[in-house]
Design a protein around this ligand. Structure first.
Ligand SMILES: C[S@@+](CC[C@H](N)C(=O)[O-])C[C@H]1O[C@@H](n2cnc3c(N)ncnc32)[C@H](O)[C@@H]1O
Length: 298
């Protein structure tokens, strides 16, 4: 009996299909050049996800539809299905019952090299990077948190390897909530979350610039002027300072406001060849037009 892990919406389907497309292209392109290709799923879930389509009563034009509950593949199963295969797969997950589902998944694939770690993603990734050499392998890390769990120091650690491509579902709505319009509305909790997310308190001066004093020398209230798109560009610029390249992200969901997430591809390798290859594949996958076409066919 699979464990129920219900999350996301239609944007989850798009996100997973993009990551799947990238993983297949990644191992196909790099297999001839590297003996060791790794996949690291830092918020791994269970390997499957429960998708519930609500019951709909009959109306003038449509027949009634019963509630439908389906199990679809989550990122962990998708990674196992990638061909050519990854040589080594790491699943990191904090929730104990999800870890046991991942352990079952590993047991069904005994011929594969799989490690399941029950741990916080930030500490597990830092250890994994510190305990391995990175000049002889390439890896993809998938960061798919519910909220603002990813710390800036973790992103710096991944970027410093120069060997890892990072898919990061950035929680734009979470940032929007924490970075309130007025600086004075940011309490200690929000301040700590923003500093953890951006690695220092420089966000304060960058997002809430000082205005010019009025004729009496009084400074105006400090406010965030950036809208969600502006915040997304701010995040991209920040990521661009530590990674070799960061592609323009895909705004999710694609079909309705408000934007909840930005799906980023961050390339840690600084060589033009590595950036060129990842960009060619990633840009195509992240093109919003591609997803609108898919939607209209379905
Ligand atoms: C959106 S789900 C990931 C879904 C998964 N990528 C999939 O496609 O099936 C987020 C997962 O991260 C886990 N999680 C939350 N905080 C975590 C943390 N700090 N470290 C590791 N896992 C965490 C949750 O238990 C949950 O399973």
């Amino acid at each position: 009996m699979p464990i129920d892990h219900e999350f996301g919406g239609q944007h989850t389907e798009i996100k997973l299909s993009i990551v799947e497309g990238y993983l297949n292209a990644f191992t196909t392109a790099l297999r001839p050049h590297f003996m060791s290709l790794w996949y690291i799923d830092a918020f791994a879930g269970t390997g499957s996800r429960t998708v519930r389509t609500e019951r709909r009563g009959a109306d003038m034009v449509e027949m009634p539809v019963d509630e439908l509950v389906e199990q679809r593949r989550g990122s962990a199963q998708i990674a196992l299905d990638v061909r050519p295969q990854f040589d080594f797969i790491v699943f990191i997950e904090k929730n104990r019952s999800y870890v046991s589902a991942l352990t079952d998944l590993a047991a069904k694939n005994l011929q594969r090299r799989i490690v399941v770690a029950e741990e916080d993603a930030n500490s597990a990734l830092k250890k994994l990077v510190a305990n391995n050499r990175w000049d002889d392998k390439r890896a993809v890390v998938f960061l798919d948190p519910y909220g603002m769990e990813v710390e800036w120091s973790t992103l710096e650690t991944l970027a410093d390897t120069r060997a890892i491509d990072v898919w990061f579902l950035f929680p734009l709505a979470g940032l929007f909530r924490q970075a309130t319009r007025k600086l004075t509305d940011i309490d200690e909790h929000k301040r700590a979350a923003l500093t953890r997310m951006f690695g220092s308190d420089s966000w304060e001066a960058e997002l809430y610039p000082d205005g010019a004093p009025d004729m009496f020398g009084v400074l105006p209230e400090r406010r965030r002027e950036l809208n969600p798109k502006g915040l997304e560009q701010y995040v991209q610029r920040r990521l661009g300072k530590i990674f070799g390249a960061v592609l323009t992200p895909l705004a999710l969901p694609i079909d309705r406001a408000p934007q909840m997430f930005s799906l980023f591809l961050c390339i840690s390798n600084k060589s033009p060849e590595a950036i060129g290859l990842a960009t060619r594949i990633g840009k195509h996958l992240l093109d919003p037009k591609r997803h609108r076409i898919v939607r209209s066919i379905v």
